[in-house]
Design a protein around this ligand. Sequence first.
Ligand SMILES: Cc1ncc(C[n+]2csc(CCOP(=O)(O)OP(=O)(O)O)c2C)c(N)n1
Length: 289
Amino acid sequence: MTLAGRSLPVGRIDPSLPLEERVRLLGEAARAIRRRDLEMVRSAALGHIGGDFSSADIVATLLLAVLNIDPSRPSLDDRDRFVMSKGHSSGVLYATLAAAGFFDPAWLDGYMEPLSPLNGHPDRKKVPGVEANTGPLGHGLPIAVGIAIAGKMDGSNRRTLCLVGDGELQEGSNWEAMMAAGHRGLDKLTVIVDRNGYQQGAPTEETSRLEPIAEKVRAFGWAAAEVDGHDHASLLGLFEKLPVIAGRPTFVIAHTHKGYPVSFMQDRVEWHHKVPTTEQVRAALQELA
Ligand SMILES: Cc1ncc(C[n+]2csc(CCOP(=O)(O)OP(=O)(O)O)c2C)c(N)n1
């Protein structure tokens, strides 16, 4: 079933372009990525569209406009590393990696099909551009800390960026890793939390309160920053200023909305992993036109 044509022509965004132009291109890219992701989830009849859409602007900004990476040479030694710890949002990760040029967008048609490299949770041995196998929550951030420690031992300038879910922060392994990163002053490490306020089935603050996140991470020796996670100009501005405090890892609280910007999905708990009907896909694609 083709609802909107399956093309995804995007490409990396030239950092020398004026800010307004980069922001305009990122806006177009994020719309194309969300549209493609909708089709992927619809045809797989599986996926996590709510958390895909809350992360889409962050993932697009990093992979298309911020990270020092070369999609034609995904294993270059001194590339920046991006760890998608909330691996259930594989749909948006794959659509963005394809948009960046890591692999043929035709792969996206097989999302979650048997024998497809694009499994529900990302696998670094199968998918170019994937830096860590994630999906079991609470693993990506500790892996990112390990990568950042290795970078520091190598005397490398490469940066490690890691995206976690807010519900995911309830996993204790994150706090153990954050304690180690603060202790070691890993200032080339940045963790971004997709602060959409919801986990599976409930708001985070009703399940196991996370706030005050900024105070907690500062107590662990990190710098904390807050940003509108859907505002490409603010995201670019923040990522260009890293580290926020020299000698400390940075923890970015990115305020987002689950399902953004689709009116009937946004901030609605059931869209964590609900699969849209054909009619709902059509309606959402119209809003993303
Ligand atoms: C260890 C573990 N427990 C449970 C799950 C099932 N699960 C997948 S997504 C999710 C909720 C995650 O919430 P959050 O981190 O806030 O993600 P987002 O809302 O951004 O999608 C759960 C419980 C899992 N993947 N790993």
